[in-house]
Design a protein around this ligand. Structure first.
Ligand code: AMP
Ligand code: MG
Length: 331
């Protein structure tokens, strides 16, 4: 199959709709990462998404809809706090989990009685979702367990030959996957951290819990138990306070003839002029937006990535740290 990256216009949207209604998959941009979308009503199409990615079949998908879609046709109950949060943060990088009405294919939620819904703010995502005007089940458009794609070219690198169309939406401004929020209980509970932070949710509705997955425990969100986001080369992660140790490790590997790079924010890069550096930038927004592209550059150009965590690790950086740990913890 020939894979094409197409600018978003009437003809690519028309082709995308034809592919979706025919049971195929289309990659599309969002403000977080690129998604691989299929018709959420079509079980074979949803199962095909799992097959293309090599995704474990107990890790449910998020359903994406355009901003005017009536989600009450999909879910049975939206608590008041969820309506308030939706009003404030949607469209945007927040996925909300509700009790499902069971009208989309059961394959989307892998048999759970809940449904995760997201309304992305990216104009290209909105155009695509509006044009097809059906709920689109979509995980990130990468091979399972690899780094999520934040550019159309990243999708191409992973899925070339496996899908027909990647809609071109430029670099993703957010850069890490959406916050996943369980809205089935009395208070919202964060299942996956992201750019809509716990503080932002608490400031809006008062209370917000956070589910922390412990190895061997029960996963409230099945994705929690999987290693994710790993580059195809060995990695090591050092805390900001251990920068000197990271530099020493860098020198040890480089002296041994290993083509190694240092992946860090600008604050650390300033002290690492001696090293090959992938500089993620200075602000929280830059660091999140550049993280996955940085990991992909690292695996493509180098044999070894030594990552140094940013100093600040709360707020939006909690999501970055979660991904960095998953990326660097697995090898
Ligand atoms: P991805 O599409 O790769 O960004 O992953 C989607 C994330 O949403 C995974 O961590 C899933 O476990 C989580 N998710 C999707 N549907 C549900 C659901 N119904 N309940 C809890 N978590 C969900
Ligand atoms: Mg993913």
């Amino acid at each position: 199959m020939l894979t094409e990256i197409l600018e978003i216009n009437e003809s690519s949207l028309k082709l995308s709709k034809k592919i979706i209604l025919g049971g195929g998959a289309v990659a599309f941009p969002t403000e977080t990462v690129y998604g691989l979308g299929a018709n959420a009503f079509d079980t074979a199409a949803v199962e095909n998404i799992f097959k293309i990615k090599g995704r474990p079949n107990d890790n449910p998908l998020i359903v994406h809809v355009h901003k005017d879609y009536d989600i009450s046709s999909l879910v049975s109950y939206v608590p008041d706090y969820a309506a308030t949060l939706a009003q404030k943060f949607l469209p945007g990088p927040l996925t909300m989990v509700y009790k499902s009405k069971g009208v989309v294919s059961a394959a989307v939620s892998c048999g759970l009685d809940t449904l995760a819904i997201r309304i992305p703010s990216h104009s290209g995502a909105q155009k695509f979702l509006k044009y097809v005007d059906i709920p689109i089940a979509a995980p990130s458009a990468n091979i399972s367990k690899h780094v999520s794609p934040t550019a159309a070219e990243h999708v191409f690198a992973d899925l070339n030959g496996k899908i027909e169309v990647v809609l071109q939406g430029g670099r993703c401004a957010g850069g890490i996957e959406s916050t996943v929020l369980d809205c089935t209980g009395d208070i919202p509970v964060i299942l996956r951290s992201g750019l809509v932070t716990r503080e932002m949710i608490e400031n809006t509705v008062g209370k917000c819990g956070e589910f922390v997955f412990k190895e061997g425990g029960t996963a409230r969100s099945p994705g929690m138990k999987y290693k994710h986001y790993s580059p195809d080369c060995p990695t090591m992660l050092f805390d900001f306070a251990d920068r000197e140790k990271a530099f020493n490790e860098y020198r040890r590997l480089a002296d041994g003839g290993i083509n190694v790079c240092l992946l860090c924010d600008n604050a650390t890069a300033e002290y690492a002029r001696f090293a090959e550096v992938i500089n993620l930038g200075s602000t929280e927004g830059e660091i999140a937006a550049n993280l996955y592209a940085g990991l992909r550059t690292g695996e493509n150009k180098y044999e070894y990535i030594i990552a140094v965590a940013p100093e600040k690790q709360d707020g939006a950086m909690a999501g970055v740290m979660n991904r960095l740990k998953k990326a660097c913890g697995s090898k």
